[in-house]
Design a protein around this ligand. Sequence first.
Ligand code: NAP
Length: 288
Amino acid sequence: MKNLFITGGSGLLGSKFEYLAGDRYDITVTHHKNPVPNSISFNITDEKDVLEKISALNPDLVVHSAAMTNVDYCEDHPDEAWKLNVTGTENIARACEKTGSKLIYVSTDFVFDGERGMYREEDETSPLGHYALTKLKGEEVIQKYDVNYAVARVSVLYGWHHRMNFVTWVIDELKNGRNINIVTDQYNSPTLADNAAEAILKLFELDKTGIYHTAGGERVNRFDFAVNIADVFELDPNLINSIESTNFVQKAKRPKDSSLDINKIERDTGMKMMGTVEGLEYMKKIME
Ligand SMILES: NC(=O)c1ccc[n+]([C@@H]2O[C@H](COP(=O)([O-])OP(=O)(O)OC[C@H]3O[C@@H](n4cnc5c(N)ncnc54)[C@H](OP(=O)(O)O)[C@@H]3O)[C@@H](O)[C@H]2O)c1
């Protein structure tokens, strides 16, 4: 059985691999501060820890999903964000070079400035904030090593997880009858974490290399996405107020439209990236 090592196994995306593919792969998932069943403790900023654990397991694939993902926190703590998202990623790449493991690095739609939308893999990057910059530098740093790598860019991840994400937060707020303000002028390609994990596994199985947009199959703004959530989960859409981002102060600048073109992943793997309603319906189905 092939052996997979998932950094950030306690995070939203990293938590999906065991459930999706635990029957066909030997999967090791890691945590940093929040253990989950069968996870091992791992700190990507500790070069020695990274090298020892990856060398001991000698995995066929390392999915590097661990990161500092709080965009506003990264803006306020640039050195900490760099240490995790760039130096930590370099530690992983160096270890993969030693073991000969394939490396799939999970990146973000925020590498683009969002002036245009529906970005393709070869489009010019231009990160707006520090989180985005560190994720882009992570993409670049792995290329310095002699590693068989792919980059999987995702966008607004959602799915069931013990920590809240946009979808589970909207469900919770609406269920409790609370009004929420959601922006109409930020577009992304919301990505069901389960679907992105499947795409990453396909990239491994087909030994694809280079950059892939493993995101949702639909460009949507946050407000419409929230209304979709209300519709699918039969909650009250009237509780959702539309606002513009100029009325909503956030520390880090966000791209206006960082939606991703997913033709390449669909063409090269034959798989389908789910649209928004399809992804939400999948969530509803597995909840029942
Ligand atoms: N969430 C999104 O909307 C989004 C959008 C675009 C791209 N991405 C990218 O997708 C990937 C997965 O995101 P996610 O939302 O699933 O992440 P997440 O739920 O925020 O989880 C982050 C993971 O990183 C781990 N981690 C933090 N510090 C660490 C350290 N020093 N050493 C080792 N592990 C550490 C955390 O472990 P503990 O919890 O155990 O401390 C957790 O497992 C990330 O690379 C992110 O940049 C996410």
